[in-house]
Design a protein around this ligand. Sequence first.
Ligand code: SER
Length: 878
Amino acid sequence: MNSKEIRKRFLDFFERKQHEIVPSAPLVIHNDPTLMFTNAGMNQFKDFFLGNADPSSKRVADTQKCLRVSGKHNDLEEVGLDTYHHTMFEMLGNWSFGDYFKKEAIQWAWELLTEEFQLPKDRLYASVFGGDEEDDMPLDQEALDFWKAILPEERIVYGNKKDNFWEMGETGPCGPCSEIHIDLRPQEEVDQIPGKDLVNMDHPQVVEIWNLVFMQFNRMANGSLVKLPAQHVDTGMGFERLAMAIQQKTSNYDTDVFTPLINAIAQKANVTYGNEEKTDIALRVISDHIRAIAFTIADGQLPSNNKAGYVIRRILRRAVRYGYTFLNFKEPFLFELVEVLAEQFDGVFSELTSQKDFVAKVIREEESSFLRTLDKGLNKLEVIKKQVESTTKMIDGSTAFELYDTYGFPYDLTSLIARENGLSVDEEGFKKEMEVQKNRSKKDAATAKGDWIEVKIIDEVQFLGYDAVTAIAQISRYREVEEKGKTLYHIVLDQTPFYAESGGQVGDTGYLADGDEKISIIDTKKENNLIIHHANKLPSNLEAHFDAVVNVTKRRLTENNHSATHLLHAALREVLGEHVQQKGSLVNEKILRFDFSHFARMTDEEILAVEKIVNSKIRANITLDEQRNVPIEEAKKLGAMALFGEKYGDFVRVITFDKNYSVELCGGTHVPATGNIGQFKIVSEGSVAAGVRRIEALTAESAENFNLKQAAILQQVNELLNNPKDPVKAIEALVKEKLDLTKEIEEVNVEKSKQQKINLQQKIESTNGLNVLIQQAELPNAEALKKIAFEFKNEVENLILIIAANIADKPQVAVMISDNLIETYDLHAGNMVRELAKEIKGGGGGQPFFATAGGKDLKGLPQVVAKAKELIKSVTSH
Ligand code: SER
């Protein structure tokens, strides 16, 4: 059974059990401060478990792309060294939201594995939660009883909190779980050691394949467990491990999920998989990492220097280095694997297939840039290794930081290479250096000081902001947070007209009023499905009915910009082509910023063409067609443009400005008709990353002001040029004239300096074997002074030169001394010039042989000469 069929059979099985099959959520999570990447199938359903939102189906199933490379679930260090952990993997899952519970979850899991997939019953083990004193939790008797009805006692194991109590993160939904493990060892080995003894012992062939979690609690910030409003099932089965079991392999990498990649890499490197441990590890690591990298980029996360972007960059650099060191790839190679991957996942995760050129381009660029410093960094590490090998065996923090900062080595890469060489890294020291660089900016992030405090229990927050900018609202819950050392409050209302930042559109500001008391809302953000109003203080009466009022001016200006991005998006596709995909946007009251995939700088003509289309659509005053709650399938049929990496529910909102022009899935707020936008003006176009361009544009009054200002500048220019017929030609002529003149002046200056030098030459006085030149002179520029001083130094032996120069009416002094005189006479040009500069009210300094100083008082030049002569007198008289 190939992997495509396995995936399909899983989904079909649960469809037959009345589950709705839903798409995988994107890998990158936007609205959850506790999580950067999807690390489990249940993430996208978190709000259903917590009771913050209602699901449209009580039973769902899917295959979810997961990434376990940061936070509570992090498998990065295991990947490739073993044969069954991955950065990115697929989790097959079925869910019950307050519907069926332990009995069905266990029975169906058994049925699927043993009947549908025909896995050998006697090789399967189940674990149940054995209880935990700290959390005051008893043994999961219920699960145990259901398992006992299926399995003999000797194939059931009892697990502790670590293995059998599943938690999404530090806080959030959790519950006891029952895992299914499979023993894939040959029979002789099984006869010697029973599988039961190897469950959860990190044996590569006795592995967990499925985790059935019985969601019952919410872990609070203070560590306590609070019962959830209902009981749920969350199961997750490792797709790659299931494939290994069904295909009777001993490693995930031997299944058809990985072999196309391994083969492609091995062929390119001219090695054979299975020959040598080091190359094997590299092949596994790369075939694993490319999946994480490619899918994350396809889901809209570009590699960068912070947060999720940096996680991807780290994984990518790790892969590059494995290729470089162990497979001799000195040129970019990862990007070529995108094609293989895209073909494999065609029809499963189309976001990769349809963006493969873009993804490959981004990866290639990243590889090239890291390869430029990798070699130097590795050499540096080699030197350090030799230094510490016989002493501390530890790479100090500042070296690790230098590798990070100068050579682009992520900390974990340095530490990996250190480990390979039997060394360690001073992590604390590295962190300290990082902190110095970051200037403690870490503290800027908002951190919750406590859990939510409930004021009024509600089912789901009502967002009224599509139709209203004011509402009567009550506080549902609030919490205290700390941001940049200040205390802030997060407030959730039962209903609100405030738009929470999302889809690029900034959050609304405004106020909550209760009688005379007004609380400013300084921002509105989203956390999962909650709309969170940020305030500097809490109202005195928390239970009041507030007037919730949005700042309308800001909202309307923002709407102009948001609707304009839709018009822009469509125009770009018309002018540049259908490959244009939105890659990000920012829409606020001042500006709109639109990032999109495109491989070349836009020409002036293209920019103009886009502006013309958008402005014509504005003049056409197209009315907004806003449809809410459109089934996603229907929206797709309408040709609505969806964004990769955006999570859409079953029902979506469709924003249309002329069904033949712009149809987009969008949750933002928009103008009632395009005429409101007034006008549109692109003010910049540039590159933000490989294959991604950025346009910044203005609308309405801002666009008008911009255009008026440009016109006014042109007007001034025209006047300065005496209103020529063709101002461009006039300026061109001016520029040329200036160039010619500059050249002429330069020639004159050179001539002048030459003349001056000849004059000065004659003034050199030779006494006691010293050649002294102390003179006032007029020179065209500082460069000429320096040049003359150095020329004399080269041409005249035993030289003491002090020139007090008038340079375009500014005084400057230069002192030059032959090297051999410095010690003999204890001279120092820098000290001398400092002393002399006093006469011209200036300062300066330099080296012992040469120094210059500038000043303010031109009249002081003769005094400089006099003082210099005085100073040198004692030297020459010896
Ligand atoms: N949430 C559980 C896990 O990730 C089961 O889906 O393992």
